[in-house]
Write a protein of this length. Sequence first.
Length: 186
Amino acid sequence: MADLSGFTLYSSGLKGAEAEFGRQAERWGLNCVTYTFEGHLMEWQNNVKVLSEDELKLGDVSMEIVAKRMGRFFGNGEKIRRVLQSIFHLVNSGHDVFAVGHILADDTVKGGTGWGVELAKFFNRPLFVFDQEQKAWFAWRDGHWCAEKPQIKAATFTGLGTRYLTPEGQTAVEDLFRRSFGEPGV
């Protein structure tokens, strides 16, 4: 297997898709940076970077802007604000963005994952979502979703997604790594 130590995954280690991205990155020998904040519960804890209050503020955004961009209201609680602030760091750190969730009829993605997807669109990042209901990968191209099986090409990439990872979602993440890097090392 080739040396993949030049690749770095950025994730939050949250239960579900983000922990799965971390497990697969470790399996293939990639670097991982796991962003978190005080009080954030993680399933996956590898190379943890606790974001300070000042760092979190860099990702601050008005909840009205989030609501307008997403077409739904997330609330004004401190925990959701910190989650959205930390998602900014995930998307800002990785070049390619991979997410697992559900694409809604308005082209947003369900839940907090949707904010990461919207930031990736806004930052004009290569963006791919595995829709667990459609059981297929989609790429954001020219303002719409196109069916496409992605590969990890950039040295830095972000893995984010739902806490409710299905077996198909888990397989999709593993297959993404296999398609990108071949078989994992032993």
